[in-house]
Design a protein around this ligand. Structure first.
Ligand code: ATP
Length: 365
């Protein structure tokens, strides 16, 4: 069973909420739709569930177009952030509830409840009602209720947004484990990148109704395909600095000039040799990849530390060179003080280059 979206589009009047997206989610795969508020994540999910009609394009489930079918016939399970549990029903009754409509025998229902309770470690609390449950247990009951019917695929809309930070961390792992064991396609909508990076097999990053990149969590982080994904994924945010290419050799050693007359020379992707001297680019470097040096080097910018933020094992330094702000993360033991002048070295190979059209410059696709 796969979910396949082909040129899927949704317009609300003059607003294009979802703009010709193509996406395939395979059996057993967990795909996270990630993007800022209003980018079209929920609308996409609702079209898969049949709760919203597509303006154009196809929703294919298991190779069959389902656009015209009623939501029930899509046979998908959609869970929302607000998991309403009935105060008078026990955990076992909540789990059994979706099965009553399927007209299963009592023994089959009991068997499935026992299976799901085991998967989600609810066996010891099957007789309890919601008022006797902790938040994480309620969340697990909600997940159990979603998976018990054995639908063709699972759709989750911000499943963890109601939970506190610690519980989210626990549940991310738990839900991922459960979903991996189900061999069904799953789509999770979230605006929380940590949730996407930890739970997804692949992430589709959305902006303004379009998919900007679909890739593994590792690749969207390490190899963003454009400026938007580079800036959206990763905390603290990637440094993105405007520069002008002075020149480059065939091996990718390039010199860049910055506002304020500073320049630096570093090895970047050899594709830089495709650009002409004078080309405007944006250099992207993760704060954890920048390195401090006491002495000036040909690959560094001279900067001043504005603010030092301790973050436990690491320290975040906010610095500037008079024209650009930079963020650098280093080990907490490195002594840093506001007002210090330091030289900030750009790393070879992990400095990304984005061209004027905001796309990454890369030799390999
Ligand atoms: P959020 O994370 O805030 O839920 P989202 O990425 O899920 O955002 P959608 O809810 O899909 O975004 O909305 C996409 C766009 O479509 C938004 O601009 C929203 O205002 C608009 N929209 C959604 N539903 C409707 C509707 N029924 N009528 C008109 N506009 C709508």
């Amino acid at each position: 069973m796969t979910i396949e979206l082909r040129k899927l589009t949704k317009r609300f009047g003059s607003l294009t909420a979802v703009d010709a997206i193509d996406l395939t989610v395979d059996d057993g795969e967990v795909l996270c739709l990630l993007g800022p508020s209003g980018c079209g994540k929920t609308t996409t999910l609702r079209m898969v569930a049949g709760l919203e009609s597509a303006t154009e394009g196809d929703v294919m489930l298991g190779g069959k177009r389902v656009n015209e079918l009623a939501p029930r016939e899509h046979n998908v399970e959609m869970s929302f952030q607000y998991y309403a549990l009935y105060p008078s029903l026990s955990v076992a009754e909540h789990l059994a509830y979706p099965l009553h409509a399927e007209k299963l025998s009592a023994s089959e229902i009991n068997k499935r409840v026992a299976q799901v309770a085991k998967t989600l470690q609810l066996e010891k609390i099957l007789r309890r009602t919601p008022s006797q449950l902790a938040e994480g247990e309620k969340q697990r009951v909600a997940v159990g209720r979603s998976i018990i019917r054995d639908p063709r695929c699972f759709l989750f809309d911000e499943p963890l947004s109601r939970l506190d930070v610690q519980l989210r961390e626990e549940m991310r792992g738990e839900i991922k484990e459960v979903l991996q064991g189900l061999s069904r396609p799953t789509v999770i909508v979230t605006h929380d990148q940590l949730e996407a990076l930890t739970m997804a097999d692949r992430i589709a990053v959305m902006r303004d109704g379009r998919i900007e990149q679909v890739d593994t969590p590792h690749n969207v982080f390490q190899s963003p395909s454009n400026l938007f994904v580079a800036g959206f994924i990763g905390t603290p945010q990637m440094n993105l600095i405007r520069a002008t290419l002075k020149g480059a050799d065939g091996a990718g050693v390039a010199e860049f000039a910055f506002d304020g007359d500073q320049s630096l020379k570093i090895k970047v992707d050899p594709a830089v040799s495709r650009l002409s001297p004078g080309a405007k680019v944006t250099l992207g470097v993760r704060p954890r990849n920048l390195v401090m040096s006491a002495e000036p080097t040909e690959d560094s910018l001279s900067t001043k530390i504005d603010m030092v933020e301790p973050m436990g094992a690491e320290t975040l330094a906010h610095m500037h060179d008079g024209y650009h702000s930079l963020r650098l993360v280093t080990d907490w033991r490195v002594p840093l003080a506001e007002g210090d002048h330091v030289h900030t070295r750009f790393p070879p190979n992990t400095t990304h280059i984005f061209t004027e059209d905001e796309q990454v410059l890369r030799s390999r696709p």
